[in-house]
Ligand binder design. Structure first.
Ligand SMILES: [Zn+2]
Length: 391
């Protein structure tokens, strides 16, 4: 493609630098230049987007999302993967990791196969970067909305899907205290997979071994994990507090205002800094749909008033979208917009190890953008230099 894409921005967030009035030029899916003012000099055939009334930021990156728009990763069909990628693109997401849940090896295999195929297609919305395997290697006592009978320790004979789909797996969430988990962390890390601790209540000793083995991230901080508890007259920290003070661990928060009180999100950002805390939706299929009954990886959930609850009474993921999380981080948590955007763009890109190519508006990086109005609602999403339009 020879034509260039010009975006004239009212305010441009890189996200860490903020420019009043700037123009971004992209060609063949890559950013060619970031120029001051709006002195664009487009040639015939170039596409010009006038966002002088708007905010331009890098596309949002969701590293933990199960579904949305009626689709779920575990549906394991091209329609489901394209459907959830298209749904979240309407909410500013330009790249995501479709996430699996604890299920049988056969079901996980099918879901990973569908992710692999989606990765090979041109994006139907947000780019499918690979899969986040959440479960089945979770602590049964902290399984949250994962089906009890599917939660278990790694079993190399049964889990051949781990090697069969190595190319598709970008991230795994596991509980390091399970038998065989530390060895799995080493193997996954050696294969370039982001290893994230979650659905877990490890001892401090196991935690340190998990870090040594290569774990570097923590899944939905404070949800489904051990926290500060009283042991006789003393207090013992859990995984959550350990993650707050350990610089070797990045974290993510479900900033929907339900999984965590906003004051706790503020505490987390103060402790870790915006460069170590990613916003994630952990969205399930009902995101964007009306209240009702929905299936979530073999479990039923009821959605009412923006809250998804399992029949056991726990939260069943969220119905949030990334643009909503950015608005929450500003209006609810009280963070500056630059920080909120960093937590939804550059930070998740760095956590995933793709910041050299994505997550920032800079020369040489991917032409993935979100254009927001002054109320932070999505005006346009651009993936690989293409404006996403509803099919
Ligand atoms: Zn979870």
């Amino acid at each position: 493609m020879k034509e260039r894409l010009w975006i004239r921005a009212g305010k441009l967030y890189t996200p860490r630098c903020v420019y009043d009035g700037a123009t971004v030029v992209a060609r063949a899916g890559l950013i060619q230049g970031v120029l001051p003012g709006d002195q664009a000099a487009p040639a015939a055939g170039d596409v010009v987007i006038d966002a002088r009334e708007h905010i331009v930021a890098p596309g949002l990156i969701d590293i933990h999302v199960h579904g949305g728009g009626g689709h779920d990763t575990m549906d394991a069909t091209p329609e489901a993967l394209d459907g959830l990628a298209a749904f979240h693109a309407r909410h500013g997401t330009t790249a995501l990791l479709p996430s699996t849940v604890a299920a049988s090896p056969e079901e996980v295999h099918r879901a990973l196969e569908a992710v692999e195929e989606a990765m090979a297609r041109p994006p139907a919305g947000a780019r499918v970067l690979g899969a986040h395997v959440e479960g089945p290697f979770l602590n049964p006592a902290r399984r949250g909305a994962h089906v009890e009978r599917q939660v278990r320790s790694p079993d190399r004979a049964r889990d051949d899907w781990l090697t069969r789909h190595q190319a598709a797996i970008r991230r795994i969430t596991l509980a390091p205290e399970l038998p065989g988990a530390l060895e799995l962390i080493r193997d996954m890390r050696a294969g370039g997979v982001l290893v994230s601790l979650g659905h877990s209540a490890p001892s401090e000793d196991v935690l340190q071994q998990a870090l040594m083995a290569g774990a570097s991230h923590v899944t939905h901080l404070f949800n489904a994990m051990s926290t500060l508890e009283k042991m006789g007259p003393l207090r013992r920290v859990g995984l959550a507090e350990y993650a707050l003070v350990c610089d070797g661990l990045t974290v993510e928060v479900i900033g929907d205002g339900l999984h965590l009180p906003f004051a706790l999100v503020q505490l987390i950002v103060r402790a870790k800094g915006a460069s170590q805390v990613a916003l994630v939706t952990d969205a399930m299929r009902a995101a964007g749909l009306p209240d009702g009954r929905y299936q979530l990886g073999g479990m039923a959930a009821t959605v009412r008033g923006g809250m998804a609850v399992t029949d056991e009474g726990g939260l069943a993921g969220s119905v949030a979208t990334m643009d909503q999380l950015v608005r929450n981080a500003v209006a609810g948590v009280g963070l500056p917009l630059a920080q909120a955007l960093e937590m939804a763009t550059l930070t998740p890109a760095r956590i995933l190890g793709i910041a050299a190519r994505q997550g920032e508006i800079a020369v040489g990086k991917a032409a993935d953008f979100v254009i927001l109005d002054r109320a932070l609602r999505v005006v346009e999403t651009i993936v690989d230099g293409n404006v996403m339009r509803d099919a």
